[in-house]
Design a protein. Structure first.
Length: 218
């Protein structure tokens, strides 16, 4: 017998039943640009002013700076991406390249956590993700980050990986053969998810892995 809850899909990253989400607190006075709130960004999505603002944010992400300064920029960025229209715009933009480059190169656990969180939130809130994202190496980068020695990094990485795999699974159900091929879930990602279920793994990591499987099979 199937209960309604068996087919209910809930968010993976930011799921309050799994882990209490931290507040996104940034220091606006320390940003190298003027801070906008999420409503302002959403309202001016197609304006030249927002285009310039995002250009400034992008440059700040890529600039040589201290861990705290870069973290401040990333927290600000995460605070403005929580709506589908904004997420759709940004996940299909050059921001994905710089976020993946940072994830590959940074050493700070705090930066890794924030980058994984941003990537996961972008996937979670997007309704249309281009095939370029599937071919960007995002999945493999998250798989590698799930192996990090820091359990808090692993938590964010597996939650983000879960959002990506769930989105990929919805594309596999699509009648579009090309999309289904491009979004095919790699064996390495499946193996990583299964390894996250090991009893020796952090409990919250295991919970995120379970939630991913629950969403995919719903």
């Amino acid at each position: 017998m199937i209960h309604n809850s068996d087919t209910a899909v809930k968010p993976i990253i930011g799921n309050k039943d799994i882990e209490k989400p931290g507040e996104l607190v940034f220091n606006a006075s320390q940003l190298p640009f003027e801070a906008w709130n999420a409503d302002q960004v959403s309202a001016k999505l197609d304006s030249p002013q927002l285009e310039q603002h995002l250009h400034d944010v992008y440059n700040a992400m890529g600039a040589s700076s201290t861990v705290n300064d870069k973290l401040n920029v990333l927290i600000y960025f995460e605070s403005i991406i929580m709506s589908s229209n904004v997420a759709n715009r940004l996940i299909n933009s050059a921001f994905m390249s710089i976020l993946l480059k940072l994830l590959k190169n940074v050493k700070s656990p705090h930066l890794k956590m924030r980058l994984c969180s941003i990537l996961g939130q972008l996937v979670r809130h997007s309704t249309v993700i281009g095939n370029d994202v599937a071919e960007s190496g995002l999945c493999q980068s998250l798989v590698e980050t799930v192996k990090d020695k820091n359990e808090k990094v692993r938590r964010k990485a597996v939650a983000s990986l879960g959002e990506l795999l769930f989105y990929a699974a919805t594309q596999l159900d699509d009648d579009n053969t090309e999309a289904g091929t491009i979004w095919e879930i790699p064996e390495s990602a499946v193996n990583t998810l299964v390894q996250c279920l090991a009893t020796s793994e952090d409990e919250i990591v295991r919970f995120y892995a379970c939630k991913t499987l629950e969403n995919i099979t719903a």
